[in-house]
Design a protein around this ligand. Structure first.
Ligand SMILES: Cc1cc2nc3c(=O)[nH]c(=O)nc-3n(C[C@H](O)[C@H](O)[C@H](O)COP(=O)(O)O)c2cc1C
Length: 417
């Protein structure tokens, strides 16, 4: 007979139903999971898979029927890294959790990067009974990282090549600086030049024009680095050209075919015509160009956007020549003015670029022209070379740890006799 009113289910049956409901829920959760989830039996030989979720089927393309009972190594293939497999093997042998990224292959043969975590599961006695594997497809992530690594490698190699090029360019540029400045009875010359990065825009030289005259110049191309160095090298070669092609000479008026020395203002004007603001090189430069008369000690110069020479005298205060004109390459038809200083025996002239006196200390204070003159004047009893070294040292100390922001060059002339 059936009871007329609903009777409560026996307690054991209720537990069983709840347990079953929970199992179904867990099964659904595992099936819905995007990652692959696998369980291997650790007690059976070769740890065969006893469970895979739907995520694993989607990820690998292998249906459950082809997988259960097999060791999961079937996902590995020719490009799988043996060292990573060894890491897995060792961790499983030592019964510890492990996470690796390794290349696996789907059923259709396409490779994918698998981030695999394996965790051992222990029973109440602490014995490892199962191993749980979680598989995620991290192909996009690994390829992005690889792309970045490759890009970095390319960048590093490009930087290395650029550095080598810069060093080679610096060597060629340094080779253009005079090894020894010429020495003439009654005069001595010395210089120091330090590019701020491997290549610089400063150049200087002393050239013999004829029996009586020497050309002396210091020039500073705007900016520094390769472009400035290229122009500085071009200018150096132009100034070294033989008389028939040189800016420093012109045909003598007597029609003899001889060459006469061109005045400094005209030399600078010629350069300005070649490097006018509309020229393709479009870079200006400052220049102190002068002609020294070896007999009289007269130095006739143009200081185009450049500090005039610092004149250190034996028993008098030092003098600084002023800038006489605007830099070269700024204004197409600029006029350049000349000044003349007479160098008496025992006196010196220093021609320098702005990298020296514009050097900044930690507080961003410039070394300054006044301090420059002071240091040069203090060195008047020392040799010409020593006076340059002590100035370079003082500027270096002034900068402290600060790297130089510009090239620093200085050329010194001494009338000895
Ligand atoms: C639960 C579990 C899941 C695994 N999943 C993968 C997998 O997705 N890809 C893979 O290359 N190896 C997987 N492995 C590792 C291999 O089955 C095997 O342990 C590994 O290749 C090292 O052993 P062997 O040197 O005997 O091949 C899994 C292992 C376990 C226990």
């Amino acid at each position: 007979m059936f009871p007329s009113t609903p009777q409560p289910l026996p307690a054991g049956l209720l537990d069983k139903q709840e347990a079953q409901a929970q199992l179904i829920l867990k099964d659904r959760a595992l099936a819905a999971c995007a990652e692959g989830i696998t369980i291997a039996d650790a007690r059976l030989p070769d740890q065969p898979l006893i469970y895979i979720n739907a995520g694993f089927e989607r990820l690998t393309g292998y249906p459950v029927a082809e997988v259960l009972g097999r060791n999961c190594r079937f996902l590995q293939g020719p490009e799988t890294d043996p060292a990573t497999v060894e890491t897995l093997r060792q961790a499983i042998r030592e019964q510890r959790a492990v996470t690796v990224e390794l290349l696996n292959y789907r059923k259709d043969g396409t490779p994918f990067w698998n981030r695999l975590s394996i965790t051992p599961v222990r029973d109440e006695a602490g014995v490892v009974t199962h191993l749980i594997g979680v598989q995620s497809d991290v192909t996009a992530e690994v390829e992005a990282k690889e792309g970045l690594r490759l890009a970095n490698r390319r960048l590093e190699s490009a930087a290395r090549i650029t550095k080598q090029d810069l060093e080679a360019a610096a060597e060629s540029q340094q080779a253009l600086l005079p090894v020894d400045l010429p020495s003439f009875p009654g005069f001595r010359f010395a210089y120091r030049s330090r590019p701020c990065i491997d290549v610089g825009g400063d150049s200087l030289n002393v050239l013999s024009l004829d029996d009586q005259h020497l050309a002396v110049y210091v020039l500073d191309v705007s900016g520094h680095g390769v472009a400035a160095a290229l122009l500085s090298v071009t200018l150096t070669y132009m100034l070294l050209a033989p008389p028939d092609r040189s800016l420093l000479y012109h045909a003598a008026a007597d029609g003899s075919g001889a060459y006469a020395v061109t005045r400094p203002a005209e030399v600078v004007a010629r350069l300005n015509r070649q490097f006018s603001p509309n020229s393709p090189m479009a870079r200006y430069f400052t220049m102190l160009y002068g002609i020294l008369n070896k007999r009289t000690g007269e130095f006739c110069y143009v200081a185009a956007g450049h500090l005039g020479p610092v004149h250190v005298r034996a028993d008098a205060e030092p003098l600084t020549g002023e800038t006489t004109s605007i830099p070269v390459g700024v204004l197409a038809h600029a006029a350049y003015e000349e000044r003349t200083i007479t160098l008496a025996p025992g006196e010196r002239l220093y021609l320098c670029t702005d990298g020296l006196y514009e050097s900044e200390n930690g507080a961003q204070e410039e070394f300054g022209v006044e301090r420059l003159i002071e240091v040069l004047d203090e060195g008047r009893a020392a040799s010409l070379e020593e006076s340059l070294d002590s100035l370079m040292d003082r500027v270096e100390k002034w900068r402290g740890g600060n790297g130089a922001a510009d090239d620093s060059s200085i050329l010194a002339i001494e009338r000895t006799g």
